[in-house]
Design a protein around this ligand. Structure first.
Ligand code: PLP
Length: 238
C-alpha cells in the first residue's frame, strides 16, 4: 500500500472532525481530547507530513524506534510511548517520552522511579488496564489498580496521570462502549480516594476502530494509527 501526502492530510482532517463530532454528541468540549497519531512502523517522512498539518503528538510502541525518530524529527513533537515497556529498556526512554501509557506492573514502576531519580526528572505515566481480561493483552487487572496507584503515589520521581486501555479488537465499536465506561469509572473511583500525587485526569482509550465511542465515553487521548497513516506491514504490538 502507498499513501500520498494528500491522503495523510485528508485522513488527519477527517479523524479530527470525527473526534470533534463525537465530543459534541457527548456534550464535551472537543479541546479536551488529544489526538495521538500512532506512527509506529511508519517512516519519518510520513510523520513530517502529519507535522506539516499541525500534528504535534505522536505515539510509538518501541523504545528504539521512538528515540530514533525523536532525534530525526522536530524537537517540539510530544512523543508518547504506548507499547509494552521492558524493564531493561527503561533507562533509554527516561526524559524522552512525554508520557508513558503502558505501565503494567509495580516492578516496572520501580524501575522507572529508579532511573528517573538518577536523571533528576519526573516521569509522567498511565497505568495500563486489561479491561476485558484478555490472555493476549498486557495490563493490570482492574482490582489491582488502586493498590498500584497507592504504591506509585509514594514514588517521588513518578507522576500517575491516569489510565490507558487497549480494548478488544472488534468490527463493532459499540461492543467496546462498556469497557470504556468501566475505565472511566475506575479512574473516577481512584480519583475519589484523593491520593496525593495522583491526578487521574487522563484517559487514553480508543483506536482507529473505536475512537468515537471512546470519546463519547470520556477519552482525553485517542491513539489512531491506521486511520491516519494507513495499514502497517508488520504487527502492531511488540
Ligand atoms: C498500534 C497501536 C494503536 C493504534 O492502532 P490503530 O488500530 O492502527 O489505530 C493504539 N494503541 C496501541 C497501544 C497500539 O499499539
Amino acid at each position: 500500500m502507498s499513501f500520498t501526502t494528500d491522503s495523510i492530510a485528508e485522513q488527519l482532517r477527517s479523524v479530527r472532525e470525527r473526534i470533534r463530532q463525537a465530543a459534541l454528541r457527548a456534550g464535551r468540549n472537543p479541546e479536551e481530547v488529544t489526538l495521538i497519531a500512532v506512527s509506529k512502523t511508519k517512516p519519518a517522512e510520513m510523520i513530517q507530513e502529519a507535522y506539516g498539518c499541525g500534528q504535534r503528538v505522536f505515539g510509538e510502541n518501541r523504545v528504539q524506534e521512538l528515540t530514533e525518530k525523536l532525534t530525526a524529527l522536530p524537537q517540539d513533537i510530544s512523543w508518547q510511548l504506548i507499547g509494552h515497556l521492558q524493564t531493561n529498556k527503561v533507562r533509554q526512554i527516561i526524559g524522552k517520552a512525554a508520557l508513558i501509557h503502558s505501565v503494567d506492573s509495580i516492578r516496572l514502576a520501580e524501575e522507572l522511579q529508579r532511573e528517573s531519580e538518577k536523571k533528576g526528572v519526573v516521569t509522567e505515566l498511565l497505568l495500563e488496564v486489561n479491561i476485558a481480561g484478555e490472555e493476549s493483552k498486557f495490563g493490570l487487572r482492574p482490582e489491582d489498580l488502586e493498590s498500584a496507584a497507592v504504591r506509585i503515589a509514594q514514588m517521588p520521581s513518578l507522576k500517575l496521570r491516569g489510565l490507558m486501555t487497549v480494548a478488544p479488537f472488534t468490527a463493532i465499536p459499540e461492543e467496546n462502549r462498556k469497557y470504556f465506561r468501566q475505565i472511566r469509572q475506575l479512574a473516577v473511583d481512584i480519583k475519589d480516594k484523593n491520593i496525593d500525587n495522583v491526578t487521574m485526569d487522563i484517559l487514553s482509550m480508543g483506536m482507529t476502530g473505536d475512537f468515537e465511542v471512546a470519546v463519547e465515553e470520556g477519552a482525553t487521548m485517542v491513539r489512531v494509527g491506521t486511520g491516519i497513516f494507513g495499514g502497517r506491514d508488520y504487527p502492531a504490538r511488540g
